[in-house]
Design a protein around this ligand. Structure first.
Ligand code: FAD
Ligand code: NAI
Length: 474
């Protein structure tokens, strides 16, 4: 007889493993099926995020930032380093260790919560009033039964038409995190989040980085003022970013040649030692048996869900990168928790208006809520307050004064509508803004809160004061 569960989660990334933990915490008998393997074939829970996404990219961003500081900033702090060198093999090994610690952490959490883990590919078999069957195809094949199925199968990198990933010269995000030697000339197609973060890593380690972006403007989703500041900072770091390009041909032999037309329509060609293609991601639905069981997909190939992550099939839910909305680990996690709550008969809630975005470049870029352009387009009256890190004591002590905090508040109620930060530790500072917006705070509320001195968070308070034109330190 097949093993039976209250909930089967297909996919062990941040959406799936968090959904499984919450379901188990709520007393539901839970299984999680995941097919990710290490190079030597062992299970590696955590999905894209843990294995080839958030965690390894942040490990390399940190290591490369230390190296960059040692090369460029230590002398100013009065620190002399002789014989400074780059041990890339050690840097990559450390990154792998950080990944493995996270893989092991999830195994521990599964054991602690009595979640049964299956290594293999899960596919839906049939549905009925009593529930679902899911086939696990791994080393052996097995059929599991459950009342509810949560599909959390994530996403995969999109290939550039005519330039398939060969994983030697044309790399996806996994390859871009494991280049064994710093390439002299690195090309990146796509100035999105992956392109900017991983382009920064290799630039700091000494590569000549050229990023080719199809859209006319960089960081189209960010507030324009912040995007302009970011462009200036990236240019200063030596990232050559060309926008408005149209890639016409990619030829990979010993090196990779990219032919394209530039924003003025002129024909251009560039040759690179490695090419990273980072032009977005596609939902993982292959192998789920979606068509046979009648699971509906939307026009973009994502699993179609309602606001509460219900698919068109009874008791089949879908969360994370495989459904609509931003492809972010924390969004996947929130959906996972909310679905587990709903299955347990409780109230699950995700506020999509306050999902923060962070780009871990230097300077970091983070935002939540609406941009100035969105408010103007919607005809919403607002007041803006900005405060530069140049005027913040902690930023000066850190030697990291690029950027600003910008707060947009409703012109009549003062309610905060958007917060945009570019600068040191923007990824941490944005949390205060998310909390404030969740509690419907006004700019004045933040302005009235005592912030520790000297701290970067004082720039948030000062930006809130600036909404009322009364910043103190400017
Ligand atoms: P995934 O993490 O993709 O996990 C899905 C899992 O399901 C995988 O293990 C997959 O192999 C498995 N699977 C697929 N099909 C099946 C099947 N049929 N049976 C069994 N298993 C299956 N987001 C952030 O919020 N912050 C960041 O800093 C960040 N950095 C990133 C950096 C990079 C380089 C990349 C590529 C992405 C980054 N992201 C980041 C995005 C983040 O990784 C994703 O949004 C997140 O992983 C989505 O989680 P998920 O659980 O939906 O899917
Ligand atoms: P992306 O959607 O962020 O950016 C892709 C870029 O490629 C866009 O600017 C797009 O205009 C451009 N592009 C598309 N086709 C092109 C073409 N033919 N030629 C040139 N440019 C082209 O996608 P990316 O960077 O691959 O990342 C995927 C997702 O992973 C992101 O959307 C994000 O959700 C997630 N992610 C999140 C991170 C974070 O939260 N810090 C870090 C990295 C990834």
């Amino acid at each position: 007889m097949s093993k039976s569960f209250d909930v089967i989660v297909i996919g062990g990334g941040p959406g799936g493993y968090i959904a499984a933990i919450r379901a188990a915490q709520l007393g539901l008998k839970t299984a999680c099926i995941d097919d990710w393997s290490t190079l030597d074939g062992k299970p590696a829970l955590g999905g894209t995020c843990t294995n080839v996404g958030c965690i390894p990219s942040k490990a390399l961003l940190q290591s490369s930032e230390h190296y960059d500081h040692a090369v460029h900033s230590f002398a100013e702090h009065g620190i002399r380093v002789k014989g400074l060198g780059l041990d890339l093999a050690q840097m990559l090994a450390r990154k792998e260790k950080v990944v493995a610690q996270n893989n092991d952490g999830i195994v521990f959490l599964f054991r602690k919560n009595k979640i049964e883990s299956f290594h293999g590919r899960g596919s839906l078999v049939k549905g009925g009033a009593a529930g679902w069957e899911v086939r696990v195809s791994g080393k052996s094949e097995e059929i599991l039964a459950a009342k509810h199925v949560i599909v959390a199968t994530g996403s995969s990198p999109r290939a550039l038409p005519g330039a398939d990933f060969d994983h030697k010269l044309i790399l996806d995000n996994a390859g871009a995190l494991a280049i064994p030697e710093v390439p002299k000339r690195l090309g990146v197609i796509g100035a999105g989040v992956v392109g900017l973060e991983l382009g920064s890593v290799w630039r700091r380690l000494g590569a000549d980085v050229t990023i080719l972006e199809a859209l006319p403007d960089l960081l189209g989703a960010a507030d324009e003022q912040i995007a302009k500041e970011a462009s200036r900072a990236f240019a200063k770091q030596g990232l050559a970013i060309h926008t408005g390009v149209n890639i016409t041909k990619v030829t990979a032999r010993k090196s990779v040649t990219v032919e394209y037309t530039d924003s003025a329509g002129a024909v251009q060609s560039a040759t690179f030692d490695k090419l990273i293609v980072a032009i977005g991601r596609v939902a993982n639905t292959r192998g789920l048996n979606a068509e046979a069981v009648g699971l509906k997909l939307d026009a973009r190939g994502c699993i179609e869900v309602d606001d509460e992550c219900r698919t068109n099939l009874p008791n089949v839910w879908a969360i994370g990168d495989v459904v609509r909305g931003p492809m972010l680990a924390h969004k996947a996690e929130e959906e996972g928790v909310a679905v587990a709550e709903r299955i347990a008969g409780r109230h699950g809630h995700v506020d999509f208006n306050t999902v923060p975005w962070v780009i871990y470049t230097a300077p970091e870029i983070a935002w939540v809520g609406k941009t100035e352009q969105q408010l103007k387009a919607a005809g919403v009256g607002f007041r803006a307050g900005t405060f530069p890190f140049m005027a913040n004591g902690r930023a000066r002590a850190l030697g990291d004064t690029t950027g600003m905090v910008k707060i947009l508040a409703d012109a009549s109620t003062d309610r905060i509508l958007g917060v945009h930060i570019i600068g040191p530790m923007a990824s941490e500072l944005i949390a205060e803004a998310v909390v404030a917006m969740e509690f419907s705070a006004s700019a004045e509320d933040i302005a009235l809160i005592c912030h520790a001195h000297p701290s970067l968070s004082e720039a948030v308070k000062e930006a809130a004061l600036a909404v009322d034109k009364r910043a103190l330190n400017l």
